[in-house]
Design a binder for this molecule. Structure first.
Ligand SMILES: [Zn+2]
Ligand SMILES: [Zn+2]
Length: 163
């Protein structure tokens, strides 16, 4: 993968403090349950020379499509994460290394974004969710109740307390 997030760093390695800014984008498809990214991830930051490699500080931003786990409303949010990654001549435990006098700053940034996807998105902290009996969105309309709904899963429980 050779795009504007693969940065030539041959002149930075061993030059402590010498740095270069970068700004680019890469297509990504990420998914965690009902949280999805499908499009351009913008990545910007700075590459700085160290004794044996380069240190990358990055920020990644992308639109993320979410579905509320309580009321099933879907919406789009902008997500931003920050992180850093050191690249040396030998691959680290995540497999990141200098290759061909260049580093791929897009991969750790997109990995960081994937880790930050919410496992259980909620549209608002006090989302009331859906009525389990009739499916009414309790955020927009109160449920009238299900007094004579004898096949509701709660009917048996109610009988128990009424007797
Ligand atoms: Zn909700
Ligand atoms: Zn209801």
């Amino acid at each position: 993968m050779r795009d504007d997030l693969v940065i030539d760093i041959g002149d930075l390695v061993g030059h402590l403090g010498a740095s270069r800014k970068f700004n680019g984008a890469r297509q990504a498809k990420l998914r965690l349950g009902d949280a999805k990214v499908n499009g351009d991830v913008g990545v910007s930051g700075t590459v700085t020379g160290t004794v044996d490699g380069v240190q990358v500080e990055f920020e990644a931003a992308a639109p993320v499509d979410l579905v509320c786990v309580r009321c099933l409303t879907s919406w789009r949010d902008e997500m931003t994460v920050e992180g850093s990654q050191h690249f040396g001549k030998v691959a680290d435990e995540d497999g990141y290394a200098i290759s061909d006098n260049a580093v791929d700053v897009g991969s750790p940034a997109i990995d960081e974004l994937a880790l930050a996807l919410p496992a259980a998105p909620i549209c608002q902290s006090d989302c009331k969710g859906l009525c389990p009996a009739c499916g009414t969105d309790l955020n927009s309309a109160p449920c009238d109740g299900h007094g004579d709904d004898s096949d509701s899963p709660f009917a048996a429980l109610k009988d128990l307390f009424d007797s």
